[in-house]
Design a protein around this ligand. Sequence first.
Ligand SMILES: NC(=O)C1=CN([C@@H]2O[C@H](COP(=O)(O)OP(=O)(O)OC[C@H]3O[C@@H](n4cnc5c(N)ncnc54)[C@H](OP(=O)(O)O)[C@@H]3O)[C@@H](O)[C@H]2O)C=CC1
Ligand SMILES: O=C(O)C1=N[C@H](C(=O)O)C[C@H](O)C1
Length: 267
Amino acid sequence: MAEQIRVVVVGAKGRMGRETVKAIINDEALAFVGAVDRTLDGVPVSQVLGLDAGEVQFSTDLEKTLLETQADVMVDFTTPAVMKGNIDKAIALGVRPVVGTTGMTPEEIAAWDAACKERGIGGLIAPNFAIGAILMMRFAAEAAKFLPHVEIIEMHHDQKLDAPSGTAIKTLELIAQEREKMGQGHPNEHETIAGSRGGDYEGMRVHSVRLPGYVAHQQVIFGGLGQTLTIRHDSINRESFMPGVVLSCKEVMKYEGMVYGLENLLF
Ligand SMILES: NC(=O)C1=CN([C@@H]2O[C@H](COP(=O)(O)OP(=O)(O)OC[C@H]3O[C@@H](n4cnc5c(N)ncnc54)[C@H](OP(=O)(O)O)[C@@H]3O)[C@@H](O)[C@H]2O)C=CC1
Ligand SMILES: O=C(O)C1=N[C@H](C(=O)O)C[C@H](O)C1
């Protein structure tokens, strides 16, 4: 059997982190070797997550964990504020970042791409790991060629820190590649309540709903003469992201540079 890919999960006790630990443990090609989080230093992962995680204990020290475990890959599901330093540390140590945390700028991605290439390692930033979401974005970009009037409504659980979602931003970027920048709605429209028309990305409007009960959902609505088209994706649980995370941990071993978007590994 080929040597297993050694994976450290950062944010391991969080909603996505614990699902990721489970997925790695269940994949024969991957070895779960380290768990980092903000608290729980020294506490066995098995005890907290109720999984068969062997001897692995939580650590609050990312650098130490990456070095001691001889990690090949670091998976990050933390927060927008924390993720950036984690990526810098991983790249500096030659550990390939697979990042699901959202909230970085195009300039930061470009800098990490250069750093990964310099270090001779791969990296992946995926605003969404669910295959259905990747297809939703692809179909939306295609539809925009024919129906350029478009708005996005994304709906998430009420513990989400960033708005709009990383998925909505990626969708807007992909659509923007396919249509001319243009205004939408009436030129003299007026907001009686500020923010009613949502965020503006090159004339496209984006609306973020945050409510208990949701996981991760997005609809892209196109309007044309006498018709509308709605492309909708729903993640009804966090397992939906796991095939993408597992695939990324494997693929990231095969190239150099920071790739932005799981679609680049799939199509
Ligand atoms: N790309 C994708 O497909 C998906 C991406 N996401 C993104 O992933 C990120 C995490 O989401 P989610 O799992 O729901 O969030 P959670 O809040 O459930 O998990 C985040 C974890 O990171 C921990 N953390 C905070 N600070 C640090 C630190 N300094 N070092 C290490 N760990 C830290 C938190 O600890 P504590 O709670 O103690 O502060 C928590 O355990 C978000 O940005 C979200 O948008 C989510 C779903 C899918
Ligand atoms: O915070 C979440 O939950 C999610 N975040 C990602 C995003 O910002 O797009 C992916 C998914 O929507 C779930």
